[in-house]
Design a protein around this ligand. Structure first.
Ligand SMILES: *Cc1c(COP(=O)(O)O)cnc(C)c1O
Ligand code: SF4
Length: 340
């Protein structure tokens, strides 16, 4: 067994004392050549070629889980810019899921009955090359800051909103104080039952799960659901396990959503390992998304027929509760479209 697959890796607890999560974001890799050097790889011209509108961003806590000397490492491939990104392939666009059509107020996406998604910030701790939000106009479209009064006014007037989803970007990029100020304002929504967070931070930067964050979560009057985002078993390590365990103590339900990505997790072995490794951290699978066809993400695409076959095989090999729901998002549909 390698260190990477051990549930609680003792080796990592002997690291020197760490800096806070904000400083860790500042200290992230922002230039492909630095990340490649850290991994003992030659700085490939192809990787350096792209900075573009979506620059590389990789926290060291995440980079430490990558294998040295392996350009095909499944974690590295998710974050390393590639040459073809600036090319637009047929069928790929800047808003593949029709988000801009479901905008009801600044940063408010109300597509589905009872659930409203709030774009709280455009910031993330990591930039995933396949991300469908990479071309979303964040500076104008946030439910906090300048647009917040309009956004909150939209919500205050609605008795049919049962669930608020804090999304982004990544909502946990906001300070806990700002999150608390936001949820204070949400208490005015009469029918609100659930608060959901869509966040990759407990995975890529587990030190974000601070005592203050847990204190805030425990203070919330609603059922809390946290949907994290890991695509590969090796994204979990002892520190991620510990962060998720801390989140679990707040009483939140923990789910994971993943994206099916060519060359990263498009095999039964990789998907099975991901679901099993998540369970070890007390996280059940939620959605497995077919790639949204955002411009620049072409190299990650997996054919629908192959995606279906993979999930079919997972059904044979795993208990039902570890089989994710394969879905894609189609503009104008009342829910995410199930594909198997
Ligand atoms: C995905 C999404 C949701 C949540 O959908 P669920 O099926 O409840 O997970 C809500 N609003 C928007 C705009 C979404 O894109
Ligand atoms: S929104 Fe999620 S998938 Fe997209 S770049 Fe941020 S962390 Fe990655």
């Amino acid at each position: 067994m390698t260190l990477d697959t051990q549930p609680y890796s003792l080796a990592r607890s002997t690291e020197p004392s760490r800096i806070g999560w904000r400083d860790q974001i500042r200290d992230s890799f922002r230039r492909p050549q630095d990340l490649l050097r850290f991994l003992d790889l030659a700085a490939e011209d192809s990787a350096i070629a792209t900075a573009g509108t979506f620059p590389m961003l990789v926290p060291k806590a995440f980079a430490r889980r990558m294998r040295q000397g392996d350009l095909n490492d499944p974690l590295l491939r998710q974050v390393l810019p590639a040459h073809g990104e600036s090319r637009t392939e047929p069928g790929y666009s800047s808003d593949p899921v029709g988000d801009l059509n479901s905008r009801q107020a600044p940063g408010i996406l109300h597509k589905y009955t009872g659930r409203v998604l709030l774009v709280t910030t455009g910031a993330c701790a990591v930039h995933c090359r396949y991300c469908f939000r990479q071309q979303f106009p964040y500076p104008e479209e946030r439910a906090l800051g300048r647009g917040s009064e309009e956004a909150l006014a939209y919500l205050a007037g609605r008795s049919d909103v049962e669930e608020i989803i804090l999304s982004g970007g990544d909502p946990l990029m906001l300070s806990t104080r700002r999150l608390a100020a936001l949820t204070d304002r949400l208490s005015g929504i009469p029918g609100l039952k659930r608060l959901r967070l869509h966040t990759r931070l407990p995975i890529v930067l587990p030190d974000r799960v601070t005592p203050a964050l847990l204190g805030w979560m425990e203070s919330l009057p609603w059922t809390v659901v946290i949907v994290v985002h890991a695509n590969h078993a090796r994204e979990f390590d002892g520190e991620v396990d510990a962060a998720l365990a801390r989140l679990g103590t707040s009483g939140a339900l923990l789910l994971n959503q993943a994206v099916l990505l060519a060359g990263i997790n498009d095999s039964t072995t990789a998907l099975k390992a991901l679901m099993e490794r998540g369970l070890q951290a007390r996280v059940l699978p939620y959605y497995l998304h077919l790639l949204d066809r955002v411009a620049g993400a072409h190299r990650f695409d997996v054919e629908l027929a192959r995606a279906r076959a993979l999930v079919e095989e997972l059904r044979r090999q795993l208990p039902g509760y570890l089989v994710p729901r394969l879905v894609c998002e189609q503009a104008g549909m009342p829910y995410k479209t199930p594909l198997v």
